[in-house]
Design a binder for this molecule. Structure first.
Ligand code: DGL
Length: 262
């Protein structure tokens, strides 16, 4: 089992931001990545629909022999991970908006959270913000339209900048000093956000924490790959693979990208 791949899925290309952190920390692990771009965005779908997509993705990763699944999507984690954990006998790692570290570090006691509607309306997000947001003002903002722009490789477009400016304004007006990125697509917006935000605002994303958690859970379950070779990686998209390629950057040896209808 140790040589089996780690499965990773997202509604599209966003989870590659998580894949990069996992690969940097665990370079000997093999991985299989599913970009469900055909069904993106998940963020405006019903909980039931998000659970169905998550089941479909998980079952494909299990068919491909994955030993652990990383749900590299805040929307799928907050809506579906408890269902997945109840129904499949492998470990699951999820990602949620990192309210806790932001709340602990905030001087202004005001934290902004940019995430999808599906994440911000979920029960899991509400309980996390109640548990960790004590004494902190949490300014929530739905990032409507951002995921389709990123999926269309329009990260740098004027439309993206206009939307981000609009979404940052209420948070800045409330005095936020930490911005939590609650969607795995959003780390690709960091260069644009840095141009828009005052220097004192710190951007928090959870990619490295997810990679550390993946390592810890592999170790706890005796699932670390003992091979001395660099891992092999297969990326599947059910949409245009050129977008996925562009987000992966340097597609090195041992990395394959294919179209798959799933
Ligand atoms: N990457 C997903 C997330 O982290 C994007 C959600 C979407 O497809 O709307 O929430």
């Amino acid at each position: 089992m140790n040589n089996h791949p780690i499965g990773i899925f997202d509604s599209g290309v966003g989870g590659t931001s998580i894949w990069k952190e996992i690969n940097a920390l665990l370079p000997k692990e093999n991985t299989i990545y599913l970009a469900d771009s055909k069904n993106a965005p998940y963020g405006n779908k019903s909980e039931e629909q998000i659970v169905q997509y998550s089941i479909k993705n998980t079952e494909l990763l299990l068919e491909k022999g994955c030993k652990l699944v990383v749900v590299a999507c805040n929307t799928a984690t907050t809506n579906a991970i408890s269902h997945l954990r109840r129904n499949y006998g492998i470990p699951f790692i999820g990602i949620e908006p990192a309210i806790k570290p932001a709340a602990l570090k905030s001087q202004s006691k005001t934290v902004g959270v940019l995430a999808t509607k599906g994440t911000l309306t979920s029960n899991l997000f509400h309980s996390t913000s109640e548990n960790h947001g004590n004494g902190i003002k949490i300014v929530e903002q739905v990032g409507t339209g951002l995921v389709p722009l990123i999926e269309g490789a329009n990260v740098d477009s004027s439309e993206t900048k206009v939307l981000l400016e609009k979404y940052m304004k209420p948070m800045l007006d409330e005095g936020m000093d930490h911005l939590v990125l609650g969607c795995t697509h959003y780390p690709y917006l960091i260069p644009v956000l840095k141009e828009l935000l005052p220097e004192h605002v710190e951007i928090i994303d959870s990619g490295q924490a997810v990679a550390r958690q993946t390592k810890a859970v592999l170790e706890q379950n005796g699932l670390r790959n003992s091979s001395h070779k660099i891992g092999k990686h297969h990326f599947y998209s059910n949409s245009d693979i050129s977008t996925l390629k562009s987000f992966l950057g340097n597609v090195g040896i041992g990395m394959e990208i294919s179209y798959l209808d799933f």
